[in-house]
Ligand binder design. Structure first.
Ligand code: IPE
Ligand code: IPE
Ligand code: MG
Length: 237
């Protein structure tokens, strides 16, 4: 314990494996997503208890629209259900919800209303910052940032890294979320799938074969403890 490094400030999670969990357990894919939602709830609580300041979860990617209408519709119904049953408790725990991604456009109306309600209810909270990447894609985010800069900056301005960071979803509009210290992906896949490409420049990665619905707070804690043994160098030494 003596030379443990600091806790991560920001942990980002690619919650993967709901479909395979469903197949393995012989239930519908939607039941897999439903089970995954409860796993997520436990990870939110655990993050809070451990004193992590920012938790970001990848809930729905810009590429996930390629899935069947039935699955996509079901995922957004689960979102509505989650906000309905959990928002009060999140608010009681001083959790602040942010959305990373374009949720104004393509989402079903009731899902948009739920998102709006979650944002409004928790906007003044000062505890755990819980970022939901929803209709999120990192390349789309960067393109959007470039377009923002082109329309809002004088053409003679020399653009800095900070300017780009501030124009991303994680930037000014959501209180300038620091880059993730640790990115966890479940289900044995070892790829980013268009998640936080810019922000992950110096992130540490941790992978587990556990399928997301089976991911427990205990495994989460042990991954964080393992992270705390790592030496981060940022190109120095
Ligand atoms: C992750 O689980 C959840 C979403 C992408 C919404 P998957 O549905 O991708 O699960 P697998 O990868 O098919 O097992
Ligand atoms: C990444 O998982 C997106 C989310 C977890 C929401 P996917 O299952 O969509 O990614 P790929 O297709 O395996 O790369
Ligand atoms: Mg997957």
């Amino acid at each position: 314990m003596a030379d443990k490094k600091p806790m991560p400030v920001h942990v980002a999670v690619i919650m993967d494996g709901n479909g395979r969990w469903a197949e393995l357990n012989k239930v519908t894919k939607l039941q897999g997503h439903n089970q995954g939602m409860w796993a997520m709830k436990e990870i939110i609580k655990k993050s809070d208890v451990m004193g992590i300041k920012y938790l970001t979860v990848y809930a729905f990617s810009t590429e996930n629209w390629k899935r069947s209408q039935e699955e996509v519709g079901g995922i957004f119904r689960l979102l509505v259900k989650f906000v309905g049953s959990e928002l009060q408790e999140l608010d009681d725990n001083n959790v602040k919800v942010n959305i990373l991604g374009d949720w104004h456009d393509k989402l079903p109306e009731d899902a948009k209303a739920s998102v709006q309600k979650a944002l409004d209810t928790t906007k003044d909270n000062t505890g755990l910052v819980f970022n939901i990447a929803l209709n999120y894609g990192s390349r789309a985010e960067i393109v959007r940032a470039v377009n923002f800069i082109m329309t809002h900056y004088d053409p003679s301005t020399e653009i800095s890294e900070e300017d780009i960071s501030r124009a991303l979803y994680t930037g000014d509009e959501n209180g300038n979320i620091p880059d993730p210290d640790l990115i966890i992906r479940t289900s044995g896949e070892e790829r980013l799938s268009n998640f936080l490409l810019w922000q992950a420049a110096y992130s540490e990665f941790a992978f587990t074969d556990t399928l997301w619905p089976d991911f427990t707070p205990e495994e989460y804690e042990s991954m964080i403890e393992e992270y705390r043994t790592r030496e981060r160098r940022y190109g120095g030494r």
